[in-house]
Design a protein around this ligand. Structure first.
Ligand SMILES: [Zn+2]
Length: 210
């Protein structure tokens, strides 16, 4: 068990450093968690830079938010993480960031329901745009919950991005993929118009991932 927790802590610390260095999060923003079992997760602490976290900075909480281990308070967004683990047994990692292009998309009302890049169908799946909710609240978790079954990425209106995965690497790749997609969409919009894939083109790709 301890070795398992230690591995999770190392993974979270290295992903957080990467996210901070890529400026997917700035200041003390962002939060990352990994599921321990059916009732608990390891999560990043509240209001701390993610650049140089130490294992002791991380917190173990149950899905009600009760602290089981750690000196710090858990991230204020623990409710979103907890809801996702409850509703998605296949998810073992959740990453919440504020990457520039995804955040711009969330502010500018960019839609993600039409397919622009074929790779996204394969590596991310559906991307939801979640109605605005106040950060740290149960209300925000409830709003994400509406989309949790059918999507692996969630653009939070006027806020940022949440991605999930069966492991932390998958959740991280999805963060990078959605940020790249957002950048492509925004630049394409600046140039003029966007050519979307047709339904039959999407169907062809969907067959590959079934
Ligand atoms: Zn946030």
């Amino acid at each position: 068990m301890n070795r398992f927790i230690l591995r999770i802590e190392k993974e979270i610390i290295s992903v957080c450093k990467y996210l901070a260095e890529k400026e997917y999060i700035v200041g003390t923003d962002g939060n990352v968690s990994v599921r321990v079992d059916d009732t608990k997760m390891v999560i990043t602490p509240k209001a701390k830079s993610k650049l140089n976290l130490k294992p002791d900075d991380l917190v173990i909480i149950d899905f009600e938010g009760k602290k089981i281990k750690g000196f710090n308070e858990p991230s204020g967004e623990w409710r979103v993480h907890s809801m996702i683990y409850r509703f998605r047994q296949d998810v073992n990692a959740v990453i919440h960031t504020h990457p520039t292009y995804s955040t711009v998309s969330s502010v500018a009302g960019v839609r993600f329901d039409k397919v622009v890049l074929p790779e996204i169908i394969v590596s991310v799946g559906n991307i939801a745009v979640v109605e605005y909710g106040t950060l740290y609240t149960e209300d925000l978790a409830k709003k994400v919950q509406k989309y949790v079954q059918d999507n692996n990425a969630f653009i939070l209106k006027n806020h940022g991005l949440v991605t999930v995965g069966e492991d932390i690497k998958t959740a991280l790749y999805r963060t990078e993929k959605v940020e790249h997609l957002s950048k492509v969409i925004i630049i394409a919009k600046l140039l003029g118009s966007i050519d979307y894939l047709t339904d039959s083109q999407v169907e062809e790709i969907s067959k590959l991932v079934k």
